[in-house]
Design a binder for this molecule. Structure first.
Ligand code: ZN
Length: 106
């Protein structure tokens, strides 16, 4: 086996017989550039733990920016915005529906 699963299996044990998993417990079903499909089986009692998908294989994270999938383009919400919204909601009366956008029927 050319993959190192020691980090993945660290601190994990079989829920049935409590024996540790080793690299023989992991069978690679499918391998894609950024994805591994593995099958986990206890080598001691034979319990089948099913199929897992492992992403980010060989992916190197150099900075927190690498983890941001999409930047939020909206302005940040300030404390004042939250207080304003709170006062607005608190003061709503039975006519609150007048603040809803009008839906024009065709
Ligand atoms: Zn077991």
């Amino acid at each position: 086996m050319d993959k190192d699963f020691s980090l993945l299996l660290k601190d994990l044990c079989c829920s049935i017989c409590k024996n540790d998993f080793d690299e023989n417990s992991v069978e690679i079903i499918r391998e894609e550039p950024q994805l591994l499909v593995i099958k986990l089986t206890c080598q001691t009692c034979g319990k089948d733990f099913g199929i897992s998908f492992l992403g980010l294989n060989n992916y190197k994270i150099n900075s927190a920016e690498d983890l941001i999938l999409e930047k939020n383009k909206r302005p940040n919400i300030s404390t004042d915005d939250v207080i304003d919204a709170h006062i607005f909601i608190k003061n709503l009366d039975e006519n609150w529906q007048k603040y809803l956008p009008k839906i024009e029927e065709n």
